[in-house]
Ligand binder design. Structure first.
Ligand SMILES: Cc1cc2nc3c(=O)[nH]c(=O)nc-3n(C[C@H](O)[C@H](O)[C@H](O)COP(=O)(O)OP(=O)(O)OC[C@H]3O[C@@H](n4cnc5c(N)ncnc54)[C@H](O)[C@@H]3O)c2cc1C
Ligand code: SF4
Length: 337
């Protein structure tokens, strides 16, 4: 691992100032300074020499204020430093937001979930093996302009939605699909205060700049997430190569409001198949006002993947993804409230 400067932030203003100052000192890339939460992505990638921050700002001392779980007022607010395991184990979240609890519970391993924070989770980097192995020189995300080894290489785990000719890396996280499905907002703390944006605007598709993954500015931190309303009829379904400790090949976050057998509101997000957290809005529109049955589930699943583009090794994800969507819809309808 390369040498780096370690700083410990004692309060949010110290954290954002330290981050902004380090970014100003080394303006070559925003990645020259990184906040440290659980470290389960960051330290991994530093050991692999993929991420090379000159400065690390440890934000864990902010946990007192930034790890709260608040269910007052009919909304859910989650601090960015809340640990995945604490949120997944919360009985009220399991009851009112099962899609949130399950997206966290089905991720990584128990040890990782105890360590990993929600803010770090949504900002985890892709698992593309060409990105994570610096012996491959052509990776536009790691070295802009160097090409993309995955286009012609082994691309079984890569994305079928939201890709570009510059990058087809899959966004790997699970929790983000619950957030985007439920119209969450992200609270961002920076030098000039706090701003809120829809979670759907946090991540950027690769297009011509795969190295730019989010809309966060240098020195900004995620301090929390807010999910409006309650979604007891919701599920997270994850298909993967093994039943534990594995990333999604395809997943679906579904939340429904159903009255007398008619779907009044529907939310659908896809994981494991896209370059960013992926909301399937056209597909969910097909459900609204309809009586739920097998035929509509199939139509929604088809629509969710209508723009998908398979490649040499990953075309199976389109068929798999449709089945995951249809099954998740059936499971959501069957939830007993
Ligand atoms: C073997 C393995 C299996 C895994 N399986 C899964 C899985 O199945 N599903 C899944 O979803 N995840 C999985 N993960 C990923 C894991 O969940 C993430 O590594 C973890 O959630 C990251 O959180 P952290 O607090 O450790 O982040 P860190 O490693 O501390 O940070 C990650 C990134 O976010 C930045 N950052 C952290 N907090 C903030 C903040 N508040 N504001 C701004 N920037 C911030 C850091 O600078 C860094 O760039 C797996 C990881 C491993 C190692
Ligand atoms: S898919 Fe993206 S991350 Fe993977 S090698 Fe290509 S450019 Fe790099």
């Amino acid at each position: 691992m390369r040498p780096f400067l370690y700083q410990r932030a004692t309060d949010p203003s110290v954290a954002v100032q330290a981050l902004a100052a380090a970014a100003d000192n080394n303006p070559l890339t925003q990645a020259s300074v990184q906040p440290l939460a659980g470290g389960t992505t960051l330290i991994d990638l530093m050991k692999l020499d993929v991420m090379r921050p000159a400065t690390i700002v440890d934000i864990n001392p902010l946990a007192g204020a930034w790890s709260t779980i608040d269910l007052e007022g009919g909304n859910l607010r989650l601090g960015a430093l809340a640990r995945m395991s604490d949120v997944a184990a919360n009985p009220k979240i399991q009851r009112d937001y099962p899609v949130v609890a399950d997206s966290l519970k089905l991720a990584a391993s128990a040890q990782l979930r105890n360590m990993a924070s929600l803010g770090g989770n949504v900002l985890q980097r892709t698992r593309c093996s060409y990105f994570r192995d610096v012996s491959y020189s052509n990776c536009n995300k790691r070295e802009p302009g160097s090409g993309c080894a995955a286009l012609e290489g082994f691309n079984r785990t890569h994305a079928v939605l939201g890709t570009s000719e510059q990058c087809i890396a899959t966004y790997p996280g699970d929790f983000a699909q619950a957030l985007i499905a439920l119209d969450a907002t992200v609270e961002i703390t920076g030098k000039s205060g706090v701003r809120n944006i829809p979670f759907a605007r946090l991540h950027k598709a690769p297009e011509n700049s795969p190295q730019i993954e989010t809309t966060l500015a240098a020195g900004e931190l995620i301090s929390g997430f807010v999910i409006p309303g309650r979604w007891p009829r919701s599920v997270y379904l994850k298909a993967r190569d093994r039943q534990s400790y594995e990333f999604a090949l395809s997943s679906a976050a579904v939340a429904l409001e159903v009255q007398d057998g008619v779907v009044r509101d529907a939310r659908l997000a896809l994981g494991g198949v896209a370059t960013v957290p992926w909301r399937a809005r056209e597909a969910e529109a097909l459900l609204k006002g309809q009586k739920f049955d097998d035929a509509i589930a199939e139509r929604v699943a088809e629509a969710a993947f209508s723009g998908a583009k398979g490649r040499k090794d990953n075309a199976f994800k389109i068929a798999l993804g449709k089945r995951v969507v249809a099954r998740a819809l059936h499971q959501a309808v069957a939830v007993e409230i």
